[in-house]
Design a protein around this ligand. Sequence first.
Ligand code: HEM
Ligand SMILES: *[C@@H]1O[C@H](CO)[C@@H](O)[C@H](O)[C@H]1NC(C)=O
Ligand SMILES: *[C@@H]1O[C@H](CO)[C@@H](O)[C@H](O)[C@H]1NC(C)=O
Length: 579
Amino acid sequence: MEDTTIFYSSVSLLFLIFVFKLWFQPTARRRKNLPPSPRPSLPVIGHLHLLKHPMHRTFHNLAKKYGPIFSLRFGSRLVVVVSSASAAEECFTKNDIVFANRPNLLLGKHVGYNNTILTQSPYGDHWRNLRRITTIEVFSSIRLNMFLPIRRDETKRLLEKLSRSSRKGGFFKVELKTMFSELTFNIMIRMVAGKRYYGDDVEDEEEARRFRKIMKEATSYGGASNPRDFLPILNWIDGGDFTNKLVSLSKRIDEFLQGLIDEHRIKKAGLESTNTMIDHLLSLQESQPEYYTDQIIKGLIMVMLLAGTETSAVTLEWAMTNLVNNPEVLEKVRAKLDDQVGQERLIDESDVFKLQYLQNIILETLRLCPTAPLLVPHISSDNCTVGGYDVPCDTILLVNAWAIHRDPKLWDEPDSFKPERFETREGETRKLMPFGLGRRSCPGSGLAQRVVGLALGSLIQCFEWERVGDEKVDMTEGRGLTMPKVDPLEWPPSLPTKGQEVKSTSPTTSTPQKEANDQMDHDQIQIHRDPSRWLGIWMWLWRCSGGAWCLGLASGLRFSSSRSFWIRFSGGGSGGCGR
Ligand code: HEM
Ligand SMILES: *[C@@H]1O[C@H](CO)[C@@H](O)[C@H](O)[C@H]1NC(C)=O
Ligand SMILES: *[C@@H]1O[C@H](CO)[C@@H](O)[C@H](O)[C@H]1NC(C)=O
């Protein structure tokens, strides 16, 4: 109990200092017009005690009371939370450069290679260079088009998997979360490293599973609501336990990433491609070894996997949930799909661009269920004003996109799922900010929309979906959402007692809610393979691939006939479907 005593006496001491300071504060100083703030702000901890998960709901409730721009204190750090479209726009137009920085948090320091990775890097030349590299390697339309065969192939593998389990006929329950995660992870890792993880090679699958778990742990520490970031004293109290956890996490991630680089350095046989981001970065390393260190390369891979996989997977999951909850929307989009694509071939990305209603479904999903409801924290690098209030230098900015997307002043029936709303009022698209705004906004939005569009379209085209019971599928968040899940804030923090095992607060152990939800997903969505619907597409795939799938560039990756009941390698026409 000694630690507890130390803790409480330090708090009392700090409290005294605080009172003392308040008492003798010189009144001459110009008072800043800070955004309104809930009272009281407790000494030392500020408003940290108010933070309850899910954070975006907490902030939404506070905004109802204190207005669309309010401020909080996380420890001694000032935080401004913005919950209106106009204020958010002001932050990312007039003040875009001021807010182009990221706060220096423990996660970025220990896991993000001392904040040198793209998502965390301070605004400046290094950040610009990282954005440029990722644009050239991944986000440019040339690259996106070049990687289309990968997205096609992975989507077909997903269909094949679902089809295999649904061949008995009738509806069966399906757990989509894992399948979607594997889909997006494979797409990303194939783009970056030219290999896939889920499939025939079981050894790699294990590795990838381990890595995805690590990534999940990493995202769970994300966001800006970890009290340890604002009260360094906590790290001292817990004996560096949390820091150690981060260091260990960082080590595991680093080993995985170093392995990937080394594979390419020795040009290991069995890689699908050696024309990948890693190979290109390694050749840059040869010409500029002092800048393109292994660490920079590892950081880039990390960002792609960290920012680019769960986000899209979760969006897909929400989209399916919304569709089974709104069967009339599902019917409508399917009719449009049959109309434009038919049932004689599988939908392709070029169809997705033309299917406006499908696009609107994705937009509406991103509106109601933005996977990063508070975007990613920004920090001001200068004094500025927002909505007439003073925002000093070094203030953390959180934008509650979730609340803005449900603002009744902007949206009719803000809580209902109505893709049609994007047909009538063009302007409404502009109030949507699931990818953030301004120069720090998401560079992966185009990729995400392609991945989600193709997968969703294919799932709708090939299968019938419905929910299991009459009850709607639960829409409460926390379903492992990348809505940055953080260490639940406990106040006062549970302090380790001597001789007792430190209670782990890692998300893997502290999210019973999420597990229940995994279960729920499994129980609430079911799928049916309509034979007549499948037949045309099946014939098409068979024809155009000469028995194998239409693999395009992704040669060398074939289904073995033993794993698949409806793909044969013998006979069949030649390729020539032009894909
Ligand atoms: C539906 C999927 C996605 C959503 C909802 C999403 C959302 C976001 C948001 C809200 C931000 C922060 C914007 C801000 O700071 O205000 C962001 C940043 C970022 N996203 Fe995405 N994202 C998605 C997919 C992707 C994909 C596929 C990639 C590709 C690898 C990606 C890479 C990044 C990167 C690198 C950043 C950091 C940009 C910077 O700090 O300069 N994202 N994303
Ligand atoms: C981390 O970065 C900061 C500032 O960018 C620098 O002062 C510090 O020395 C770096 N720490 C390590 C361990 O490289
Ligand atoms: C911001 O304003 C304060 C006074 O309100 C001043 O002391 C400080 O130097 C200013 N910071 C910058 C970066 O201009």
